[in-house]
Design a protein around this ligand. Structure first.
Ligand code: SAH
Length: 224
């Protein structure tokens, strides 16, 4: 039997911090998808932060560094993107930018199967181990350029990109099922607009959400 990681701890204190995060940062700011709220209340965010992160920071209203110049997004941004995905539980989804694995862990409870792609091998390895050892079994973490999607498991009912792109990557649109959605920040390096791209029988329809700021998407259809 493998020893449990220390990060498996979830105390009454971290549970309380998480309940407060959901109430003050998400519900009071308009997140209404009950499944999204439930998973964010259930999945310990502090398991996915760098070791040494204070619990208050793990549940704070801001992004946090996860190493390699990358960040785990602010909880509200995570919730907003998940809400835009409109998942019911039977979907196969693509998560581009595994990072800490937090978003993938939430998705694993909101969809049937999660394919997560990360370009930094060390981050992918750490997230894979963390997800596996904490029982998030329907997540596959792959190392690669997620701006090209992950063709082996396509098409997807929903795709989420948690890094800012200069354009909407063509491969991601092509790997969407008809009726599916791609949630992606697109814009300059400094500022992006959150887009929801719907694939319809006729083509693609783009819905624009608010402004946001993400670390740059690398790769072929990213900032090379
Ligand atoms: N969703 C993550 C945070 C994302 S930070 C979480 O829950 O923690 C953005 C991540 O995207 C970083 O880990 C970065 O290395 C990764 N990334 C950037 N460009 C990428 C690309 N082309 N393909 C896959 N991952 C990429």
């Amino acid at each position: 039997m493998k020893e449990l990681l220390p990060e498996r701890n979830d105390t009454s204190r971290t549970k309380l911090l998480r309940e407060r995060m959901v109430e003050l940062q998400l519900i009071q700011r308009g997140i209404v998808d009950q499944r999204v709220l439930a998973v964010m209340k259930a999945v310990p965010r502090h398991w996915f932060c760098l070791s040494g992160t204070k619990d208050e920071d793990a549940y704070g209203d801001y992004p946090l560094p996860i190493g390699y110049g990358q960040t785990i997004s602010q909880p509200l941004m995570v919730a907003d993107m998940l809400q835009q995905m409109r998942l019911l539980g039977e979907e196969t989804v693509l998560d581009v930018g595994t990072g800490s694995g937090y978003n993938a862990a939430l998705l694993s409870r909101l969809a049937l199967r999660v394919i997560s792609v990360e370009v930094v091998p060390e981050l992918a390895e750490k997230a894979r181990e963390r997800l596996r050892s904490n029982g998030f079994e329907n997540v596959e973490v792959h190392v690669g350029d997620g701006s090209m999607g992950w063709i082996a498991a396509a098409p997807y009912e929903a795709i989420v990109v948690t890094a800012g792109a200069p354009v909407i990557p063509e491969a991601l649109q092509q790997q969407l099922r008809v009726g599916g959605r791609l949630v992606i920040p697109v814009g300059s390096l400094a500022l992006q607009k959150l887009l929801v791209v719907h694939r319809t029988e006729k083509g693609f329809r783009i819905e624009e959400q608010g402004l946001c700021r993400f670390v740059p998407l690398q790769g072929k259809d990213g900032w090379q």
